[in-house]
Write a protein that binds this ligand. Sequence first.
Ligand code: NAP
Length: 261
Amino acid sequence: MHRFCEQNPGCLDMTGKVALVTGSSRGIGRAIAIKLAQAGADVTINYLRNRQKAEETAAAIEAEGARALIVRANVAKEEEVAAMFDEIKQKFGRLDILVSNAASGILKSVMDLNLRYWRWTLDINAGCLIPLSQGAVKLMGDRGGSIIAVSSIGALRAIPNYAVVGASKAALESLVRHMAAELAPQKIRINAISAGIVETDALTHFPTGDELIAESKKRTPIGRLTEPEDVANTVLFLCSDLSEMIIGQTVVVDGGYAIMA
Ligand SMILES: NC(=O)c1ccc[n+]([C@@H]2O[C@H](COP(=O)([O-])OP(=O)(O)OC[C@H]3O[C@@H](n4cnc5c(N)ncnc54)[C@H](OP(=O)(O)O)[C@@H]3O)[C@@H](O)[C@H]2O)c1
């Protein structure tokens, strides 16, 4: 065994821990849920509509030898989030890791937007972090834990038709900083991951999805798109003691895309 691993036994080992990954029936959330199970954690899979896909993720988690719980809940509905935590408490009795990954939103030009679209998108993509974290912190108790929110470059840069989603991600990153400062004394570490373009179902809803993918491939210094696995690896690091001093940050996982002029 390498000396580092001998001196830091179990540094990425999540055995005995319990995670909740919102929106883990598909895409990036699924990869995160499976990665945490591979590291030893039991995982709650949350979804909104796609039960079949949630069951496939659960099967993949159980194949890793971990326990899985599937909960349908709209993360924008406080009462559904509260009921989800009741189920987690009943099944596992604790929580150590919350990954707020589920997202949706209205992709339209600014002239076609309205406040209903705004509220809907902000509630699902940013506001949800409030009831999710409140539920998580109660189940984390005195042990503390790790909360990670998944964001995107649209929080900082203008992308066609992305105005409300981008604004929701900016709000999310700001919430992460405020909540991280408030909860760090309770040993709750909160960070965000800003992912580059990842080819998931989400991209099929973009009016200019193909152009975004082509442009991203061309501009990314490492020469490939971000994979769900890249985001999942960073989640694992941010849940581990190796990242103990990282608090309230947005970690960019994009192969260098965002640094390009
Ligand atoms: N794809 C990208 O290029 C990219 C880039 C940067 C950041 N991100 C971020 O990464 C995260 C995951 O994106 P993705 O591309 O993997 O998305 P995706 O493939 O569209 O999957 C979305 C997931 O969220 C769930 N979901 C949607 N609305 C929900 C709600 N109101 N309550 C609970 N669950 C809900 C879906 O459940 P059902 O299966 O039941 O519908 C599904 O599991 C998002 O935060 C996204 O903004 C994505």
